[in-house]
Design a binder for this molecule. Structure first.
Ligand code: FMN
Length: 192
């Protein structure tokens, strides 16, 4: 079977981001499992805070259109999000909001999410590992009619979760990442 194309999106721009680190480890695991992986930074797609007046005046920003097309060019997506005050950070929500406003020719608005497999993961120094952010992101993506996969990874005490080769070291995390990778590849492949 052909390799599915998987887009990995870390939900943080911060230097030394725990979520960018987990995204890189997940991207590596996806590639090892046979996917063709693109790991992007949202720093390359800067967007203003969504404002309906701005959209009316200037249209949807080019970066939202480019990101929408990049999502559309992949069979599956992995979002690795921080948790801010028990929810998703504004960067993640604002990016999803703008992308849902993109409407290419002969498409409904937000069509790029519909039926597309999305896996979600989070990393945090807390014991919950960002799991409340995952609950919020699951709700948001489900409302966009994405196919949000049941498996997810909430990486707790994330700064201490790696060995000196930058591999996850706790068996539960290793198993959760492997299950997430397997499911994202399987479902993406089935829908190719
Ligand atoms: C505004 C704000 C709110 C936060 N709220 C939470 C929270 O509710 N739960 C949590 O686990 N961490 C929380 N944190 C800590 C983040 O998990 C931590 O800063 C993490 O490193 C951010 O992800 P990053 O390293 O990928 O940038 C919060 C951080 C900020 C800046």
């Amino acid at each position: 079977m052909a390799a599915p194309k998987i887009l990995v999106i870390p939900g943080s721009l911060r230097t030394g981001s725990l979520n960018a680190r987990l995204a890189a480890v997940a991207a590596h695991a996806l590639a090892q499992a046979g996917a063709e992986v693109t790991n992007i930074s949202l720093a390359d797609f800067p967007l203003p805070i969504y404002d309906g007046d701005l959209q009316l005046k200037s249209g949807v920003p080019k970066n939202a259109v480019n990101l929408k097309r990049m999502i559309g060019a992949h069979h599956g997506v992995l979002i690795v999000t921080p948790e801010y005050n028990a929810s998703v950070p504004p960067l993640v929500k604002n990016t999803v909001d703008w992308v849902t406003r993109v409407q290419d020719m002969h498409e409904a608005r937000g069509q790029v999410f519909r039926g597309r497999p999305f896996a979600i993961a989070a990393a945090s120094q807390s014991r919950l590992g960002g799991s409340r952010s995952l609950a919020a992101l699951r709700l948001i993506l489900s409302a966009c009619q994405a196919m949000v996969l049941p498996n997810q990874l909430a990486l707790s005490f994330a700064a201490e979760a790696y060995d000196d080769m930058d591999r996850l070291k706790r068996p539960a995390d290793i198993e959760a990442l492997a299950a997430l990778v397997r499911q994202l590849i399987d479902v993406s492949q089935r829908l190719m």
